[in-house]
Design a protein around this ligand. Structure first.
Ligand SMILES: Cc1cc2nc3c(=O)[nH]c(=O)nc-3n(C[C@H](O)[C@H](O)[C@H](O)COP(=O)(O)OP(=O)(O)OC[C@H]3O[C@@H](n4cnc5c(N)ncnc54)[C@H](O)[C@@H]3O)c2cc1C
Length: 307
């Protein structure tokens, strides 16, 4: 039986594995892959200690760091996907497509997947002008014309950020009124560089090798028009990776895992969660790593108390 099973090999899972090894908890890290969501980012400029690093390079460093800690108390279960979690008499059973493991505690660090833009050619232009992360890719569009798709807080905050250095920002959303907090909407709506197009749905991404425009449908009269843009920022939500958790854990809004932000504990004693899978307010690589470390501190105390 393991003291701890960590689910996920993104920044949260990686940081947790390094700390668990240093604390000599008998641990298995189970992950489909290393690196997490920013693996596709061409340039990450805010991972502390690296001025600039590609997502792919960061993923390699995560894997290398985990491997350097493995052997004594840490086991790596690579290319395994967790399918089910169940309570057992003395802890939990974690089932993957290959094996079943017993553990006293679990840290869920399975992250999230961005909700993809359901428009023609959106997948073809991903990372070729269409992006799901303004913090990462926004500065590449300095002085250019960009579109933001979505009407919630992330879309409005993305527009706010882009307005400070782009030439023009279109904000396309489906409703008559933006869903974002009024205070955020108020902060941007009078900016002359912003054009909000209500009741619009993106139907197609246009371009040759890179994005050059966007086709939108007016949801009131079904008319379509094309608008030239250099970049498209999609902010229509994300989908937490929690299919395996079934009804075991209490979920918060938008199917994120509810945690106690003081300790990262979930509603189930013995299960912690960290990173984008949780209902933490902000989601970034450094935050995911820090929250996972907080969880390991708490898990260590829990395991030692039970011994
Ligand atoms: C394109 C893009 C670029 C970004 N760029 C930046 C940036 O520049 N700076 C920044 O700070 N943030 C950036 N972010 C946000 C950042 O990537 C996330 O906040 C961060 O990845 C969250 O880390 P995490 O460990 O919680 O989850 P994730 O990174 O989502 O990692 C989850 C891990 O769990 C594994 N996993 C999932 N389900 C299972 C399962 N069932 N079984 C086994 N393993 C599983 C996955 O394979 C993955 O290894 C970016 C996000 C995107 C989408």
């Amino acid at each position: 039986m393991y003291d701890l099973i960590i689910l996920g090999g993104g920044p949260a899972g990686t940081a947790a594995a390094v700390y668990a090894a240093r604390k000599q908890l008998k641990t298995a890290l189970i992950t489909k892959s290393f690196g997490g969501q920013s693996i596709n980012s061409l340039q990450i400029e805010n991972w502390i200690g690296e001025i600039k690093i590609s997502g792919l390079e960061l993923a390699k460093k995560f894997e290398k760091h985990i491997e350097s800690c493995a052997g004594k108390t840490l086991e790596i279960k690579k290319s395994e996907e967790v399918k089910d979690l169940k309570k057992s008499a003395d802890g939990f059973e974690v089932k993957t497509q290959k094996h079943s493991y017993s553990t006293k505690t679990i840290l869920i660090a399975s992250g999230a997947n961005r909700r993809k833009l359901p428009a023609k050619n959106a997948d073809k232009f991903e990372n070729l002008g269409l992006t799901y992360c303004a913090t990462c890719d926004g500065p590449l569009f300095k002085n250019q014309v960009v579109a933001v798709v979505g009407g919630g807080n992330s879309a409005v905050e993305t527009a706010m950020q882009l307005l400070s250095y782009t030439q023009k920002v279109y904000l396309f959303h489906r409703e008559k009124v933006l869903k974002a907090d009024p205070i955020s909407v108020e902060a941007i709506k009078h900016d002359p560089k912003l054009e909000i197009i209500h009741r619009s749905e993106v139907t197609e991404v246009l371009g040759d090798k890179m994005v050059s425009g966007i086709k939108i449908k007016n949801l009131d009269d079904n008319s379509e028009k094309e608008i030239a843009v250099n970049g498209i920022f999609v902010e229509i939500g994300s989908v937490p990776a929690i299919d395996f958790a079934g009804n075991l854990i209490k979920l918060a809004a938008e199917n994120t895992i509810e945690i106690d932000p003081w300790t990262q504990q979930t509603s189930v004693p013995g299960i912690w969660a960290a990173g984008d899978v949780t209902n933490a307010k902000y989601h970034q690589n450094n935050i995911a790593a820090g929250d996972a470390i907080k969880a390991i501190e708490d898990i260590f105390n829990y395991v030692k108390k039970k011994q």
